[in-house]
Design a binder for this molecule. Structure first.
Ligand SMILES: [Cu+2]
Length: 188
């Protein structure tokens, strides 16, 4: 009897210290279906848990990274839950930031991301912005490169040699003109 009472007391003590942060997946605070986690981020201590609650079957909570919000973490054992109604607990084992997204369709690009312990340097807002701009960022970073290379070939590339030719011809003309002026001046 005493050991079980002690165990129960310890359990109560542990559960009083460790918090469970409940996150509703796919609904806003009013319960309306939206491409959001509610709340979008939590601050959790080591030993806490985060329970992802899925009212429906549409969404997932999938581990990703700050740099690639919409890409599943490479670790094969990485957290990836959802698809069925219910709750799934993620155990917080470090105070470092942990990043999640919904891998259904284009939900991530629509901003369906979640973070545990975002920091001043790696903010939830920056993480979400990367998620939402991931495709356009890729497009933006490739199109200047594409236009730069087309500029290089049509502009500097092909006319470069000709341009130099003009420059040489121009210099010769200027020198010739200068010489004729000098000759003219000497003549006078
Ligand atoms: Cu989703």
């Amino acid at each position: 009897m005493f050991p079980s009472t002690l165990a129960a007391t310890l359990l109560l003590a542990v559960s009083a210290l460790a918090a469970d942060h409940v996150v509703t997946v796919g609904q806003d605070a009013s319960g309306a279906s939206k491409l959001v986690y509610t709340p979008e981020s939590v601050t959790a201590a080591v030993g806490d848990s985060v329970t992802f609650t899925f009212p429906g079957t549409t969404h997932t909570a999938t581990l990703s990274s700050f740099a690639a919000p919409c890409t599943a973490a490479a670790d094969a054992t990485a957290f990836n839950v959802g698809g069925t109604p219910g709750g799934y607990a993620f155990n917080v084992t470090s105070d470092k930031p942990v990043w999640f997204y919904c891998k259904t369709g284009s939900h991530c690009a629509a901003g369906m991301v979640f973070a545990i312990n975002p920091t001043a340097n790696k903010t939830f807002e920056a993480f979400k912005a990367t998620a939402m701009g991931a495709s356009s960022t890729t497009t933006n970073s490739s199109s200047p490169a594409a236009s730069a290379s087309s500029t290089a070939s049509s502009g500097y590339g092909s006319t470069g040699a000709a341009g130099r030719g003009y420059e040489v011809a121009g210099t010769a003309a200027i020198v010739g003109a200068f010489l004729s002026v000098v000759v003219g001046a000497v003549g006078v």
